[in-house]
Write a protein of this length. Structure first.
Length: 631
């Protein structure tokens, strides 16, 4: 019955291929007899047994062709795997025929025929396929005047897949491949020649009349991406790339799906190896609660957790729109009864308690926080209430309801803070360290720098300013920040949470700091404009609480390696829980009174290295606050 169903659903073109192959079986057998008879047609003795043998050969060989999957491929893209399947099917069929001839004692079958038959059948099955592909590639393909002539960079597995996909897409015509491995030069990928090293790009752009250059290296070095995009921009050529491993792991893109070059690619970092097995063991079948689920980091946490098969995902956020957005993202990834979006504010402990009581999460990922430096500086009471007291509420409930792990998403601004936002995050770190003394729940912290493309960060701001014609505003020509992409940061956060045993402050390796001025100028060039000529760059001065550079660890925090090369552990300072509780009582009372001066003073008592005025920052224009670097 299964075979009948498959035959019923068989496409018409595959029926044609099947009929073609079945017709070649008697033809190949006849040619074997004909050759055995020295090419004499009118010599019946030489063809003795042909009619008796034919039904057996057709039946056995037909089953072999089907069984070896000859009809999974498409003639238009016939390649080496198809040839291998043909050889296996012909060999298997011939052996089956020979065995039956022996068992049925069909002594009249010449041995020469059994040798020649598979040769003629292989020629008959492969020849038309290759001829059809040649006709399509070299006749129809070259006739596509509207196709973009594509030059591919990278002849690895990704390059091979990309070339194969381009040959299927009528919009592109691959004209060559470049790769720096000398052993590949002169060889071909699906009929497209590997022409030489990437250094040949400039010459070949004109020689081959290239329309678009495609980077088939998901982890291409930033220097190579900058070199290729700069050259393409100079020559007026389009440029695209494949998604990074983080985009694929996070479900943002499919392997082989082309996209435009982004600023993240120009700042690219070495690809990090992720231990998917440990992440799956950590998350699969667990109840996971994520606060700040609608934010840049929180929403990516939701997406990546959903990909690792949790028992239930609880998404908490106080923003209706953000929660709706992440809800739409998760719907294709999890069944409706396996995730729940909940509107809640981490400052509302009663609401949080009902959530913990209902779902009893085993893993809590706390990403809820106010993070915009100038706005938190202007609204210190709200910043402390959310970032510190909201963390205390969530952490206390994690202990009360027996969560196995609690991870706080922190920031490099918590190190030697000069602003309220950084000080609140450091105070939240200290509270989580103090709670680690409680048995049952393992508390850990991950600390990292800026992420590209997050809400309120420089990338979307610069993008809006460039699209508006400028100017692009930078606070200071020497200001630097650490950067990584959101998918990479979240992948490492989850990796740290999986390996953490409790009490750790994990510091993500952010690579080298980036000058914001360089970032702005590269983004302008990415849009095909020239900085200072087409788009002005203006320096507007540091904002309240802003530093020229950020640090990832305090002078008294020694960094030690972990088993993951991109995750370090900071040996943190001791915490006095009783003293901390007294300090938090003071902070809470000041927040209730809306006493901003007292809030800052109490915050400095918890975080002695916090250097800032006891007075609230003076008013700054809303436009300036919204157009800051987000650093």
């Amino acid at each position: 019955m299964v075979i009948l169903h498959k035959l019923r659903d068989f496409p018409l073109k595959r029926w044609a291929a099947l009929v073609h192959d079945l017709l070649w079986i008697p033809a190949a057998l006849f040619m074997g007899y004909w050759t055995h008879a020295n090419f004499r047609l009118m010599a019946p003795p030489d063809y003795a047994g042909y009619a008796d043998l034919l039904p057996l050969v057709v039946a056995v060989q037909g089953i072999a062709l089907w069984g070896f999957g000859l009809y999974r491929g498409i003639w238009r893209f016939a390649s080496v795997p198809d040839l291998v399947r043909i050889l296996k099917a012909v060999a298997g069929g011939t052996l089956g025929i020979a065995a039956l001839v022996f068992l049925l004692k069909m002594h009249g079958v010449p041995r020469t025929v059994m040798v020649l038959y598979p040769v003629f059948l292989t020629m008959g099955l492969t020849g038309p396929r290759l001829l059809y592909r040649w006709f399509k590639d070299h006749r129809l393909g070259l006739a596509r005047e509207d196709a973009q002539r594509a030059l591919v960079i990278g002849a690895g597995r990704s390059g091979e897949m990309l070339v194969r996909d381009l040959l299927k897409d009528h919009r592109y015509l691959p004209v060559g491949v470049l790769d720096d491995a000398p052993g590949k030069w002169g060889r071909e990928l699906h009929g497209v020649r590997i022409l030489g090293p990437v250094a040949e790009l400039e010459r070949l752009l004109d020689t081959l009349a290239v329309d678009v250059v495609l980077l088939a290296m998901p982890s291409a070095p930033a220097t190579l991406v900058r070199q290729v995009t700069h050259l393409c921009r100079q020559r007026g050529k389009a440029c695209g790339t494949l998604p990074s491993i983080y985009e694929i792991a996070g479900g943002h893109s499919r392997a082989g799906q082309l996209r435009e070059i982004r600023i993240e690619d120009l700042l690219g970092r070495e690809a990090v190896t992720l231990d998917d097995a440990s992440l799956r063991r950590f998350l699969q079948g667990r109840r996971v609660l994520i606060t700040g689920a609608g934010g840049s980091i929180g929403s990516e946490l939701c997406r990546q957790v959903a990909l690792h098969d949790p028992a239930h995902l609880v998404m908490v956020d106080h923003s209706e729109f953000n929660l709706y957005s992440v809800d739409q993202d998760i719907r294709p990834l999890l069944a409706p009864d396996r995730f729940t979006p909940l509107l809640a504010d981490v400052r509302d402990k009663a609401r949080l308690r009902r959530i913990f009581q209902r779902f009893r999460p085993q893993i809590v990922l706390h990403a809820a926080a106010y993070k915009h430096v100038p706005l938190v500086e202007q609204n210190a009471v709200e910043g402390v209430s959310s970032n510190l007291l909201g963390t205390r509420n969530t952490a206390d409930l994690a202990v009360e309801f027996g969560a196995e792990k609690f991870l706080l998403v922190s920031t490099d601004k918590a190190v030697n803070p000069t602003n309220v936002m950084g000080a609140t995050k450091r105070a939240a770190e200290i509270y989580c360290q103090a709670l680690h003394a409680h048995p049952g729940t393992a508390f850990m912290v991950t600390r990292f720098g800026n992420v590209l493309g997050s809400a309120g960060s420089v990338v979307p701001l610069f993008r809006r300013q460039i699209e508006a014609g400028g100017p692009v505003t930078v606070t200071h020509p020497q200001i630097t920040r650490f950067f990584m992409t959101i998918p990479e940061a979240v992948s490492l956060i989850l990796q740290a949470a999986a390996m953490g045993e409790g009490g750790e402050v994990f510091v993500l390796d952010m690579g080298e700091p980036v000058r914001i001025d360089d970032l702005a100028r590269q983004m302008i060039q990415l849009y095909g404009r020239e900085p200072d000529r087409d788009i002005a760059v203006e320096y507007v001065g540091l904002r309240p609480g802003e530093k020229l550079y950020e640090e990832l660890f305090h002078a008294e925090e020694d960094l030690v390696p972990t088993r993951h090369s991109k995750i370090l552990r900071a040996r943190t300072r001791a915490v006095d829980p009783a003293r901390l509780e007294t300090q938090l009582t003071r902070v809470t009372a000041a927040c209730r009174r809306q006493d901003e001066v007292e809030v800052r003073a109490a915050l400095r008592e918890i975080v002695p290295e916090f250097t800032s005025s006891d007075r609230p920052a003076g008013p700054i224009p809303l436009q300036q606050a919204l157009q800051g670097t987000g650093a």
